[in-house]
Design a protein around this ligand. Structure first.
Ligand code: E4P
Length: 212
């Protein structure tokens, strides 16, 4: 499983990229709205200059024609822009057209296996099931990852599964075990993945012994 970071904050992206583990970035309108004094376009340029892997940029139009118009502008920013499209009927039409043009797509806001299968059949490069938001309403987000992984495997579907709405380290381990190809993770959780109290204690003991 590969790691993407889920943020539009350039400092966080640079911090994660310095760790050498970053394969891509996902943004969404709520994350972009937190960023002040910078346009969406300029921020995407900064991100694509920093990260070589896929950078997801979401379209805001609700109709396929509008999505395609926005996508046309977004892909001009850099060759690693992936167009993030919501899981709707219009979104599927847009994904179909974009995939025919060779533009990478990430179908977002996936909450059941049928949505993922439809997105894949429309030509999505990535499908993004939202774990945390399912857990929030008492449904098991991880079961969804497992279902999608099994369906894609059984039907030889190439679309990659991005475990999204990741809230804590157990989501990351479980997503990897259940067959997600990628997890997109906030910086706070990436940093939590590194930590273990026995690692910290071990370093302290080695330092103390060395200083003796
Ligand atoms: C994924 O692409 C989304 O940006 C993200 O993971 C949403 O997470 P949230 O449910 O924490 O907002």
């Amino acid at each position: 499983m590969k790691f993407f970071i889920d943020t539009a904050n350039i400092d966080e992206i640079r911090e994660a990229n310095a760790l050498g583990i970053l394969a891509g970035v996902t943004t969404n309108p709520s994350l972009v709205a937190k960023e002040k004094n910078v346009s969406f376009h300029d921020r995407l340029k900064e991100i694509t200059d920093e990260v070589e892997g896929s950078v997801s940029a979401e379209v805001m139009a609700e109709d396929a024609e509008g999505m395609l118009r926005e996508a046309e502008e977004l892909v001009k920013i850099a060759k690693n822009i992936t167009i993030k499209v919501p899981m709707t009927l219009e979104g599927l039409k847009a994904v179909k057209k974009l995939s025919e043009k060779g533009v990478k797509t990430n179908v977002t806001l996936i909450f059941n296996a049928n949505q993922a299968l439809l997105a894949a059949r429309a030509g999505a490069t990535y499908v993004s099931p939202f774990l945390g938001r399912l857990d929030d309403i008492g449904q098991n987000g991880m079961d969804l990852i497992a279902q999608i992984a099994e369906i894609f495997d059984r039907h030889s579907i190439d679309s990659e599964i991005i475990a999204a709405s990741v809230r804590h380290p157990m989501h990351v381990t479980e997503a990897a075990l259940h067959g997600a190809h990628i997890a997109t993770i906030p910086l706070k959780v990436i940093n939590q993945l590194v930590k273990h109290p026995l690692t910290d204690q071990g370093i302290e003991k080695f330092n103390n012994d060395w200083n003796k």
